[in-house]
Design a protein around this ligand. Structure first.
Ligand SMILES: NC(=O)c1ccc[n+]([C@@H]2O[C@H](COP(=O)([O-])OP(=O)(O)OC[C@H]3O[C@@H](n4cnc5c(N)ncnc54)[C@H](OP(=O)(O)O)[C@@H]3O)[C@@H](O)[C@H]2O)c1
Length: 306
């Protein structure tokens, strides 16, 4: 099969597009013929060696949508031909390929009305946003939340989910992305290049940070006493707050079929629409990584694999 992979860590120049062996379904797994797969922020970090995998060649990519080609022993809930989408288990990479083997229990059937491209765009972003907003922050109707990095893939989902819950959403984005985040439902938008968000936002019940670094650390300032903040771009641990009256949380982002089914449900209910998508061929993986690593684009980068 054709796949995007690396044989050593490094910049985008180490990315290869070429042949890897077809995967085989182990017991409990399905092999999926991938139709679309997305680029996530983790992919360039994996490529650069931040996750310290040791096996090469190392396929890249964490989420996919496609058609089940085969099932291993014990797989009763999928048959060849079923459209399915999902996120690989933590530690497993390789969805940016023509085929992927994945544990059936964490994959969901793709609804007919959701395209493969949109399903791939929503899989890990949706899972992450739901883990943060619903499972970790437990956001409630009427609460105010600051979502940092509103134009990114995870935040595109998070803004819509927070609005669906009934919260008031404040978000940060560069000026070129204000119409976009407004169209997702953001109530208040801060141009972070023109204004210091800590000077113009206060009294929030919750923060969801998708930016990391100094932005993450400074986000505690906008919380009201008792507020809570969730961080997904600060590594495996939540940053330590510089005040004692708030809670700092790191969503677990576990893989479950239930979460994939909830993405499908929210989409079908009209609560969530896919992010803006830029399409690539798998052979263009280096270009996709360059843009992803720049961290200044809108929505999601998706490979149309077949
Ligand atoms: N399981 C997990 O824990 C998990 C899962 C998924 C993602 N992540 C992490 O979450 C982060 C977000 O991922 P993503 O794919 O949604 O987006 P991303 O590709 O990392 O971020 C892109 C967006 O960030 C915005 N941005 C950059 N700097 C900003 C700043 N200082 N203030 C506000 N916005 C800023 C950009 O908008 P502008 O052009 O407007 O600046 C752009 O739209 C990544 O670090 C990723 O690795 C973690």
């Amino acid at each position: 099969m054709k796949a995007a992979f690396i044989e050593k860590f490094g910049g985008p120049e180490v990315l290869q597009y070429g042949d890897l062996p077809d995967p085989v379904a182990a017991p409990g797994e399905v092999v999926v013929d991938v139709v679309a797969a997305s680029v996530n922020g983790a992919d360039w970090k994996v490529r650069a060696g931040q996750y310290k995998q040791t096996t090469f060649p190392l396929g890249l990519g964490r989420d996919f949508s496609g058609v089940v080609a085969a099932g291993g022993d014990g797989v009763a809930d999928f048959k060849p031909g079923d459209a399915a989408f999902g996120v690989l288990e933590p530690g497993q990479e390789g969805a940016n390929a023509e085929k992927v083997a994945v544990k059936a229990a964490i994959v969901a059937k793709k609804p007919d009305g959701l395209s493969h491209v949109d399903a791939a765009a929503l899989a890990l972003t949706g899972l992450t946003a739901m883990s943060a907003i619903e499972d970790t922050l437990k956001l409630r109707p009427g609460e105010a939340i600051l979502i940092q990095g509103g134009a990114g893939g995870v935040a595109s989902f998070a803004i819509q989910l927070a609005k669906h819950i009934g919260a008031r959403v404040i978000t940060t984005a560069s000026a070129a992305n204000h119409d976009y985040v407004r169209s997702l439902g953001a109530d208040e938008i801060i141009d972070y290049n023109a204004k210091d968000f800590t000077k113009v936002v206060s009294g929030c019940d919750a923060v969801f940070d998708t930016v990391g670094g100094e932005v993450a650390q400074r986000s505690f300032a906008v919380l009201k006493p008792g507020g809570r903040a969730a961080f997904i771009a600060s590594g495996p641990q939540a940053p330590k707050p510089d005040r004692s009256d708030v809670t700092s949380l790191r969503p677990a982002v576990g893989r479950t079929r239930r979460h994939m089914e909830r993405i499908a449900h929210l989409y079908q209910a009209g609560a969530i629409r896919p992010p803006e998508i830029k399409l690539y061929r798998l052979s263009e993986v280096a270009d996709a990584h360059r843009l992803s690593e720049s961290r200044h684009f809108r929505g999601k980068l998706v490979f149309r694999v077949r």
